[in-house]
Each structure stands twice: as C-alpha cells, then as structure tokens.
Ligand binder design. Structure first.
Ligand code: ADP
Ligand code: AMP
Ligand code: ZN
Length: 213
C-alpha cells in the first residue's frame, strides 16, 4: 500500500498514521519528524529548517524533496509507505510524481483528513509527544495513563516548540494557502479519500479502513 495522508496541522495525521502503519505494515515517513530529528542532531539541514519551522512556515521545497528522495529509495519502502506531512505544496507533489514514475510505482490513495479550523488550535496546543518513540497524545482527548509519561515506553512527554497558539495560527494559514491546493491536484488523479476528522480517534480510523478496503 502506497499512501499519503494530508490535512491541516492538528487534524490527526500522525495519530492515524500510528494505526495505519500497524495495520498495513508499512513505514511511517513524517517529514516533520525527520526535520525535528535533524534539528536535535544539529545537522546542516536541521539548522536551515529550524528558521522556518519556528515560525510555522514551510521549509523550502528543494530541502524536503531531497530528504524524501533519499528516504523513499531505502529498502523498507519497497512494499509501500505512508507519507505524512509530505507533499505540502504542488511543487513537492510534482517532484514526488517524477520520482515515483522513475521507480515505476504508483500511489494507491491520498487520505484527506477534514477538520474545521476552530478545532485545530485546541488539538495542536494540547498535543504532547513522546521524546523517545514520538507517540502522540492529547491532554484532553487522548491522555496517557500517567500524566507526562508515554504509555508505550515510559518516555517523557513534551510539547513541540511550534505548538503555540501564535505559530499554529500561522501554520493553518500556510496550510490554506500552500497545501490545500494539493487536494485538487490529487482529486484530478482520482486518488482522494475524504475522511471526517472531527470525530473521535477510533471512528476516524474506522472510516479510513473502510475507505481503503
Ligand atoms: P497532525 O499530525 O495532523 O498535526 P496529530 O495526529 O498530532 O495531528 O493530532 C493533533 C492533536 O490532536 C494530538 O494531540 C492528538 O492526540 C489529537 N487528536 C488527533 N485526532 C483526534 C481526534 N479525532 N479527536 C480529538 N483529538 C485528536
Ligand atoms: P509537521 O510535523 O508535519 O506538523 O511539520 C512541522 C513543520 O515542519 C511544518 O510547520 C514545516 O515547517 C515543516 N515541514 C514538515 N514537512 C514539510 C514539507 N513537506 N514541506 C515544507 N515544510 C515541512
Ligand atoms: Zn514513547
């Protein structure tokens, strides 16, 4: 299964990705996670990306396209993958199409998680992420058993630097301006699977599984 998951920031892409990759046994490729890892390790890419991520702006296309080209060429992507947070511009989608064509493979579906803007800020600001395994929680909607501690591995739960109300508002604006046009791009290819992301986490997953069947 070769999948993309798109939607505004805080829509629930990462949360659904955790269940999707388990069910379909494919790698979860999150450009946001890879970029944050680069920031942590103080790589050249991390230093460049941080300038944009701190404000909630998109990292330049050439940097993320190079990153994804490298990632998709690895062995574990042979039988499928789930792209989360990439592509985020039509230019990135065009670059991805070119790479897939070269590799002789096609996308199966683009899962489009729809959530109204008014729900997104609360979701993103209440998000907590495990420092070690990156599992996602929410202080109100998906709390861990013990506050501040990951259920899976006991790791520390932290808040992302860009999950402040001010930055989230800009990320939502950037989504509408630069990422939403992707939906039309993939609709024209007949790939869009629309999902109502305003429902509870388990219900959203059920919609996805039905849609992919
Ligand atoms: P994205 O990857 O799209 O930015 P996340 O999956 O990280 O979004 O979800 C953002 C926040 O909202 C997290 O704290 C997550 O636990 C919570 N969340 C995800 N899906 C739902 C849902 N269906 N209902 C309520 N909260 C949700
Ligand atoms: P995410 O983890 O998907 O919410 O992404 C966090 C931040 O990483 C975004 O606000 C962007 O600054 C950056 N980012 C992640 N993926 C991309 C991408 N495909 N193109 C440009 N910037 C990206
Ligand atoms: Zn963890």
């Amino acid at each position: 299964m070769r999948l993309i998951i798109v939607g505004p920031p805080g829509a629930g892409k990462g949360t659904q990705a955790e269940s999707i990759i388990e069910k379909y046994q494919i790698p979860h490729i999150s450009t946001g996670d890879i970029l944050r890892e680069n920031i942590k390790n103080e790589t050249h890419l991390g230093k460049e990306a941080k300038k944009f991520m701190d404000h909630g702006d998109l990292v330049p296309d050439h940097l993320v396209v190079a990153l994804i080209q490298d990632r998709l060429s690895r062995e574990d992507c042979k039988n499928g993958f789930l792209l989360d947070g990439f592509p985020r511009t039509v230019a990135q989608a065009v670059a991805l199409d070119a790479q897939l064509k070269k590799l002789g493979i096609k996308l199966d579906r683009v899962i489009n998680i729809n959530v109204d803007d008014d729900l997104l800020i609360e979701r993103a600001v209440g998000r907590r992420v495990c420092k070690t395994c990156k599992a996602t929680y929410h202080v109100k909607y998906n709390p861990p058993k013990e506050e501040g501690v990951c259920d899976i591995d006991g790791g520390e739960l932290i808040q992302r630097d860009d999950d402040t109300e001010k930055t989230v508002k800009n990320r939502i604006k950037v989504y509408h301006e630069q990422t939403a046009p992707l939906v039309d791009y993939y609709r024209a290819q007949g790939l869009i699977l629309n999902i109502d992301g305003s429902k509870a986490i388990g219900d959203v997953f059920d919609q996805i599984v039905k849609g992919l069947a």
